[in-house]
Ligand binder design. Sequence first.
Ligand code: GLC
Ligand code: CA
Length: 559
Amino acid sequence: MKTEARDWYKTAVFYQIWVRSFADGNGDGIGDLYGVYDKLEYIKSLGVNAIWFNPLYPSPNADFGYDISDYCNIHPDYGDLTQFVMVLEKAHALGMKVIMDLVINHTSDEHKWFQESRKGKDNPYSDYYIWRDEPNNWDSILEGSAWEYDEMRGQYYLHLFAKKQPDLNMDNPKVREEVKNILRFWLDLGVDGFREDVINFISKREGLPNGIGFLPIIGSMMHYKDGPHIHEYMKEFREVCDEYGAVQIGEGPMTTIGNALKYLSGDTKSLDMMFSFDHMTADCLFTEYMYRPFKLVRYKKALSKWQYKLQGKAWNSLYLENHDHPRIISRYGSEKYHRESGSALAFSYLFLRGTPFIYQGQEIGMTNIRLSSIHKYIDVSSINNYFKYHLKDDEKKRLHRIHVSSRDSARTPVQWNDEKYAGFSEVKPWFYLNPNYKTINVAAEEKDEDSILNYYRKCLAIRQKSKTLLFGNYKEYEADHPYVYMYERYLGKNSYTVIVSFAKEPIPFVLPKQYRGRNAKIVLSNYPAKNREGEIMHLPETMMMLEPYEAILLRLRRK
Ligand code: GLC
Ligand code: CA
């Protein structure tokens, strides 16, 4: 058992790579592992010490890698296993861990198992998937009904996501053995753990009863979210990971804190961290497609809930972006106050208790792309949403919904410089570049000491050096304040306080009583001309003025 070797994750900072759009190293317009190899020093320079790769496996790309046709190989677009090992070894040599994406709720319909399973009920792979003569009323998350008729088999198969993503039958012990073999394959190569895709969906309720309620997707979820055998199956996978000391991070859509704690603590502990979604709905309901105006109070409430309830029991994962969500500045910040809001958002989560994740391009403040027609979008869920919901709205309104919600905004090529093709590739990239690459790019941000990029670096450097920021407790102040997020991290007498304004204009802010009249050291400020790092600030008795998206990190002794 190498379980204690696992504790590195608590002091880790992850960088997430969606390789297709990261950097093209071999000049075909598609991001790949050659590009990653060359950029590892850059990643390291952020203060990052771990990488999560989105699926790198062979895939027909119906859901960009989440439809896997071979679990133990590398997609030829991205390189091969030899190149992967080179990346892995170089990352390790630079002091960075590497985790893979484990997608086992479903495969691609082009996976050999499914091709066999279709052939009939006496095929050895027959029960690898979930087949029915009659569908139930479940809706899929990405594409229409959750059931698709297969001519060859003469039955329907279940797909909780896209049609080309048939769900595996995890109740079949042979399927679980396959999963363990996949884990071993990558662990033997030397990877350090897994991010486990929609892992709380893998055990379905027996008999697959109809869903209830007015929203078909949500109504059916109760029959497969945190399902009946989930903890037995998770235990089997945990045992394999225990042998290697591998870290496991689960994606837990729609999970409650109560359920999350079952995966994260106690006898049923099978995951080290979980990605929750609560804080992603401060400007929408369930998904960005059902948008509503951003409310800071919703964001704060979600963060605080997970901070408080996991304190002393389990470890949080912290993120603002990933490949499934539009860009955070376009959502919770302001493209007009790009630098200010981009850095303010960094302050709002990098000092929380837990392990931060940074998604490629987030560190330079990439923003949403707004394509002129739905036909230019490629994400299966954006296309499905567009043709399924709000059909009575005019085209402009419907396209606007895509502009604010599409996952494609997170998937445009990373903007490295202002040269042709943004330094992503020497040839035309596989997908649209955001035209703002002329001003928003890594090279420009490198040059500017107060850029978003450099605020990410500064925040991480401070955080990684401080026991209080790494392990201390969390406390929120002024929870009902509509424009200011204020929280404290403390350990013994040491204490840090973060104050972030989310207002687009200067606002007065009255500090809570226990802060008034005291002296605090300015550790970091995103208005450096106003608040100088290292100086002592006298905290006003009455009120202080905060500039648009002003953020400040203060240090003072705890009373
Ligand atoms: C997860 C992935 C997402 C994918 C879905 C189905 O939510 O992050 O990209 O579409 O699972 O695999
Ligand atoms: Ca390439």
